[in-house]
Design a protein around this ligand. Structure first.
Ligand code: C2E
Ligand code: MG
Ligand code: MG
Ligand code: MG
Length: 289
């Protein structure tokens, strides 16, 4: 009988589909509530440079769900984008990142740390995106040179000239840009030609199999060379093994992010980790003298 119920009605007779629709709408209303109650938290994952020296962090959002506990972005960012909730969420998160950078700028051990923050397609596409970001930069008084925005190719769909103009306006205020998940999309190279990026991030999918898969190794090497010839810095994501980092180093990559160097952690834990590392280096330096 369901078959003859007509377009649209059919769905409600499929129990699995029905359950999925209900789960989604429940998650959506929970997400709205989470925004009002502010159930989100930012964690920071270390990025290292030469000699495993701390150079920065990527800020990553987590949702402290009242029933389910800590939830990662893969479970809610897509829905937040579809519903547009990512827009107010992203702005509130960016403000917090800026305030964190302000606090770190007062701490000699942390003042050189650069923080990367992810911007999704829906956020980038908002007509007032640039104005909203500039307003946050000015209101918080963040040291803008320490702020980097990460964009994936999906955030670059749409009118390239318009996106370039947006990026240039923000650059004029001191913001820099990183092209995230580089190499996983279809038109990375044309974006590099037309948009003012400062950095490429080699996607985790290349790094993961770099030791076993020759193609991944060759591609990683080519990405590093490409970045160098365009004058961009390059960060390898998802480095879990020392041997992966060593291979990338032989390709000329000197900036890394991954579980090998640290998992994402609270701002407090991150600050403490860097203080401890700095103290250890000072002691090592003193011992070496
Ligand atoms: P992404 O920007 O590519 O972030 C890197 C992801 O890789 C993070 O996952 C990080 O925890 C994970 N990762 C880092 N090192 C390793 C490693 O060594 N091994 C493995 N297996 N994974 C590693 P996470 O935190 O789950 O974030 C997933 C994605 O969600 C991010 O990918 C980003 O696209 C998005 N996202 C996270 N936070 C935000 C946010 O505040 N705003 C927006 N718009 N998107 C966000
Ligand atoms: Mg990222
Ligand atoms: Mg990435
Ligand atoms: Mg990713």
């Amino acid at each position: 009988a369901a078959k003859h119920a007509g377009r649209g009605c059919l769905r409600s007779f499929d129990p699995a589909m029905q359950a999925a629709v209900e789960a989604r709408s429940r998650l959506e209303s929970e997400l709205r509530e989470a925004l009002v109650d502010w159930q989100f938290q930012l964690v920071y994952q270390l990025q290292v440079g030469e000699g495993d020296h701390a150079i920065g962090a990527e800020a990553l959002v987590r949702w402290m769900h009242p029933r389910r506990g800590l939830i990662g972005p893969s479970e809610f960012i897509a829905l937040a984008e579809e519903t547009g909730l990512i827009v107010p969420m992203g702005r509130a998160l960016l403000e917090r990142v800026c305030l964190q950078l302000c606090a770190w700028s007062e701490d000699p051990q942390m003042s050189e740390v650069t923080v990367s923050f992810n911007i999704s397609a829906r956020e980038m596409g908002e007509p007032d995106f640039v104005d909203a970001v500039i307003e946050i930069l000015q209101r918080t008084g963040v040291p803008v040179r320490r702020l980097k925005l990460e964009l994936t190719e999906s955030a670059l769909l749409g009118d390239v000239d318009d996106i370039a103009a947006r990026m240039h306006r923000l650059r004029a205020h001191g913001v820099s840009f990183s092209l995230d998940d580089f190499g996983t999309g279809f038109s990375s190279l044309s974006y590099l030609k037309r948009l003012p990026f400062d950095q490429l991030k080699i996607d985790r999918s290349f790094v993961r199999d770099i030791l076993e898969d020759n193609v991944d190794a060759h591609l990683s090497r080519a990405i590093v060379a490409l970045a160098a010839s365009l004058g961009l810095s390059v960060v390898a994501e998802g480095v879990e093994l020392a041997a992966q980092g060593e291979m990338l180093r032989t390709f000329g990559c000197s900036r890394f992010q991954g579980f090998l160097f640290g998992e994402p952690m609270s701002a407090e834990a991150f600050t403490e980790a860097l203080h401890t590392a700095a103290a250890r280096q000072t002691v090592a330096g003193a011992l070496a003298d």
